[in-house]
Design a protein around this ligand. Structure first.
Ligand code: ADP
Ligand code: MG
Length: 160
């Protein structure tokens, strides 16, 4: 009889990716280094990272889901106003963990110890972005980085 062998496609099924962005306010204020330190301290692996100034069209594409919202113009103007740092982060439970670390959208509501509590200055200029689901984590990562420049560790990444 043959012994049961694990299905290699099911190994590391719990690895998850999220897209983080260190937004233009935090980069301009010199907080990028501290935020990257925090990312590593929270157990995330950085799989891709770059410094880039988005065009207005790129910011509009990234935030297309918010196109009908009253703050869309303000948001896309801000996000294309100066350089930002998108990063692909990976760990188990990456999406929920990163959202916990960054805190509430409005810094007035952000818990003590969160990045937005520490660095955000307003609802709009709130220091960092985090994806809202594993599927969006993968989709948003691909928006900024082609798959072949995302440094893989061999894990099978949850994308839905
Ligand atoms: P989050 O970034 O916490 O997921 P949302 O997805 O609701 O928040 O909004 C995306 C981004 O749009 C926010 O991070 C913030 O920069 C901006 N934003 C959201 N709501 C407002 C608002 N009422 N006024 C100005 N900017 C806003
Ligand atoms: Mg969101």
């Amino acid at each position: 009889m043959f012994a049961a062998t694990p299905n290699p496609t099911n190994l590391n099924r719990r690895m998850e990716r999220t897209l983080a962005i260190i937004k233009p306010d935090a980069v301009a204020a010199g907080h990028a280094g501290k935020i990257i330190d925090r990312i590593l301290a929270e157990g995330f692996a950085i799989r891709a990272m770059k410094l880039v100034q988005l065009t207005r069209a790129e910011a509009e594409g990234f935030y297309a889901v918010h196109a009908a919202r009253p703050f869309f113009g303000e948001l896309t103007t801000f996000m294309s106003s100066a350089p930002c740092i998108p990063l692909v982060l990976e760990r188990e439970g990456a999406v929920a963990t990163w959202r916990e670390v960054i805190g509430a959208t409005n810094p007035a509501d952000a818990a003590e110890g969160t990045i937005r509590k520490q660095f955000a200055t307003s609802m709009g200029e709130n220091a960092v972005h985090g994806s809202d689901s594993p599927a969006n984590g993968v989709k948003e990562g691909r928006y900024f980085f082609p798959e072949h420049v995302i440094v893989a560790n061999g894990a099978d990444v949850i994308d839905a």
